[in-house]
Design a binder for this molecule. Structure first.
Ligand code: SF4
Length: 437
């Protein structure tokens, strides 16, 4: 059946009758439930799923395809844990183990700023003996040397580790907030969202034992949001979990974001967050007619003190070099479907990222047409996963990213970490005054 919907999107041709009721909900801007999610995963009509996700993406972002100019720094790969899926970590005396000094990390930051980067993405292993001072000194040294760089740093796993070594004496949620405040005061701008893996205890205990579970990961992000830091949310899939666990993962993120956005809307005096038929849901992905005022979220609102999940980033698992090398890893079609399902289910997270390093730029280009609105950035050094034995040096140029977006029929838009539009001449940049898009 062919559906013509109200905006400029092409007609949607669905081959599977099971998708009809889901399509009606998507057209009306209503929330999908877990049964809908199962149908989206089970249907043979993957392209129908992608078309529905594309409709949602175009409603939210038109034909904008976001990217940023960023650099990654992995300050150390020495880690107290040995997660079986991880090919990055080393023990102290193992070949390839390294640890950067504060001066070395700062030098990388200066080089990134001079090259025009707007963001530095800093993550590492759980270093067994670096003190809390190392991390605050690193952030403040960078802030002093390169004050315009946004520091998107530390996974939730690292934050829990930093809470342990901070010796602040406060435990639990309040201790977490205190540590995040210290880091924020030193220069932390947001959390990248890694370390979530998949929110399922069985999968966690099989592949990530020793790492924090979902409740702690979610608490770290809730604490960050409460002190006004934005964050992203990842989902590592295609290893020992199944599709149902991915849907639970999405549901848990969605619930937490609902609570955050409801509080946010209340603080702004906004009564309806866009879901009259589901008062607990904060749906951002419906047609414009559903939103008499501006859609949430609205970055830059005066008095806004709440952070939130900005972006969902589905990450395919790479078995090579990990303790789970026997597993095949997800296929291209599974990657495309998972991105589309995430866009449809996570109706209260504004952005969906096709992280080109893990998806390949070619696949990320296809994903722009299946729910993704963000390609990530120029990166340069990435040491966490290497696709097909790619080296640590994994750089794409602004020209490559813009060309990929344009060729796919989208308008490339440079953004900063908080999705504000950037105007650039070479390495010189400033925030645009006009609205993005
Ligand atoms: S995934 Fe993170 S915590 Fe686990 S071994 Fe690797 S670096 Fe360490």
């Amino acid at each position: 059946m062919i559906h013509h919907v109200v905006d400029e999107s092409p007609p949607i041709h669905l081959l599977d009758p099971d998708l009809e009721s889901i399509a009606e909900k998507v057209f009306a801007g209503r929330r999908l439930d877990l049964d809908d999610g199962r149908i989206l995963y089970d249907t043979r009509d993957v392209h129908g799923v992608c078309r529905l996700a594309d409709l949602v993406r175009r409603r939210m972002h038109g034909r904008a395809a976001y990217y940023n100019v960023n650099r990654h720094v992995n300050y150390s790969n020495i880690c107290a844990l040995s997660c079986s899926f991880c090919a990055f970590h080393r023990k102290k005396d193992q070949d390839g183990a390294y640890e950067m000094s504060v001066e070395e990390v700062t030098e990388s930051a200066i080089q990134a700023a001079e090259a025009g980067a707007t963001e530095l993405h800093i993550v590492g292993g759980l270093h067994p003996w670096l003190g809390f001072d190392y991390y605050t000194s690193m952030l403040s040294a960078i802030r002093e040397a390169a004050p315009r760089l946004h520091l998107k740093s530390f996974t939730a796993v690292e934050i829990v580790h930093l809470q342990r070594i901070s010796k602040r004496g406060k435990q639990g949620f309040e201790g977490m907030k205190a540590v995040l405040r210290d880091l924020r005061d030193a220069g932390l701008g947001s959390l990248p969202g890694g370390g979530a893996e998949v929110f399922d205890d069985r999968a966690h205990d099989t592949a990530f034992k020793g790492k924090i579970r979902s409740d702690q990961w979610l608490d770290v992000h809730r604490a960050a949001h409460e002190i006004g830091l934005n964050s992203n949310a990842t989902m590592l899939y295609g290893h020992v979990e199944g599709r149902p666990e991915r849907l639970v993962h999405m549901d848990l993120l969605r619930r937490q974001q609902d609570a955050t956005l409801r509080n946010w809307a209340a603080a702004q005096g906004i009564e309806s967050a866009g879901a009259p038929d589901a008062p607990d849901a904060v749906v951002l992905t419906g047609p414009d007619a559903r939103y008499p005022g501006e859609r949430l979220p609205m970055p830059g609102q005066t008095g806004l003190e709440t952070g939130y999940f900005q972006t969902i980033i589905p990450l395919p698992f790479f078995p090579d070099g990990s303790g789970l090398e026997r597993l095949p890893g997800p296929s291209g079609l599974e990657n495309l479907r998972t991105l589309a399902v995430a866009r449809l289910m996570l109706d209260n997270i504004p952005h969906a990222k096709a992280f080109w390093i893990m998806q390949t730029l070619g696949m990320a280009q296809l994903m722009l047409d299946a729910g993704a609105d963000d390609l990530d950035g120029t990166v340069v050094w990435y040491d966490i996963t290497h696709l097909d034995n790619a080296s640590t040096h994994q750089e794409t140029t602004v020209g490559d990213l813009r060309r990929a977006a344009t060729e796919a029929g989208f308008h490339p838009v440079e953004r900063d970490t908080l999705y504000r539009q950037v105007e650039r001449t070479g390495s010189d940049w400033r925030l645009a005054e006009s609205p993005k898009g």
